[in-house]
Design a binder for this molecule. Structure first.
Ligand SMILES: [Fe+2]
Length: 274
């Protein structure tokens, strides 16, 4: 598959997809990260209902092909993460935006080739088809779904990011799809919500890795009538860790599944380090 466009930086024609209308309370999630056990647990909670996903279906974990297969079976609305964009094009790195030679970058040199090798042509074609921006309606409110940012797919935005940074992304989204009431984003792996000039910025967090808070539970969210509530996802993290050990992914993320502490704080702003 040829390079369709710059995968990470630069301007490109955004692929936008209407995910539809969800008037019931709606599950939101991000970052399954090849963690099959976590996605299975969330699927049980969903019980046949949709869950909007902000991408990075595949990353650090032991089961890339199985996680993609489950996601496709579930049929949940998904936008492309940087991992999907990179793997779709068989790019040489994850495109997470880690600093070169940092710990995260070094760790990615282990898990990314494993994730890439776990994705066959059909899985990569599915990834290539994912939109950059999803939209959905809930009641009178219109939401956009993105991965990191609309200006840059791998932009890290944190609970502490300047309001101007979030506002600039909202403006970029609205330049593509018109007025919105809220944004559902991911990539940074930390669940949070902010109100920015009347718009609701929601980061649904990640289901595949805990949010560096010293506990093994990961995160998902439920959106209802303009309000979002974050939940802890209890799942069989021991089994997920064992699988990572079995396939040789023992560079640190496997330990994070049980300790809840990331193997590197390279990407975190100082206020979020432990
Ligand atoms: Fe990402």
């Amino acid at each position: 598959m040829g390079v369709r466009r710059p995968a990470i930086k630069g301007t490109w024609e955004m692929k936008v997809r209407d995910f539809g209308t969800f008037d019931d309370p709606l599950l939101l999630c991000g970052g399954p990260y090849s963690n099959l056990q976590a996605l299975q647990a969330l699927a049980e909670i969903a019980d046949g209902n949709p869950c909007v996903c902000t991408g990075d279906v595949v990353a650090y974990g032991a089961a890339p092909s199985e996680t993609i297969a489950l996601m496709r079976t579930l049929g949940w609305p998904v936008v492309a993460g940087n991992c999907e964009r990179q793997i779709a094009e068989a790019a040489p790195d994850c495109g997470c935006g880690f600093g070169i030679e940092g710990t995260c970058d070094r760790l990615a040199q282990s898990w990314y080739p494993y994730a890439l090798s776990g994705c066959d042509d059909e899985a990569r074609a599915w990834m290539a088809d994912l939109p950059d921006i999803g939209t959905f309606q809930q009641g009178s409110r219109r939401y956009a779904v993105i991965h990191g940012g609309a200006t840059t797919i791998n932009r890290y935005l944190w609970p502490s990011s300047a309001a101007e940074d979030l506002q600039s992304e909202i403006e970029a989204i609205e330049a593509h799809i018109g007025k919105i009431d809220g944004v559902v984003a991911g990539h940074s792996g930390i669940a949070f919500q902010r109100r920015i000039n009347g718009r609701h910025w929601i980061n649904a967090g990640a289901v595949g890795l805990p949010p560096h808070d010293g506990r093994p539970e990961t995160r998902y969210a439920i959106l209802d009538n303009g309000e979002v509530v974050f939940h802890r996802l209890h799942y069989d993290h021991s089994a997920a860790k064992t699988e990572m050990e079995r396939v040789g992914l023992t560079q640190g993320y496997h330990i994070a599944l049980s300790t809840g502490v990331w193997p590197s704080e390279d990407i975190l702003p100082p206020e979020l380090t432990r």
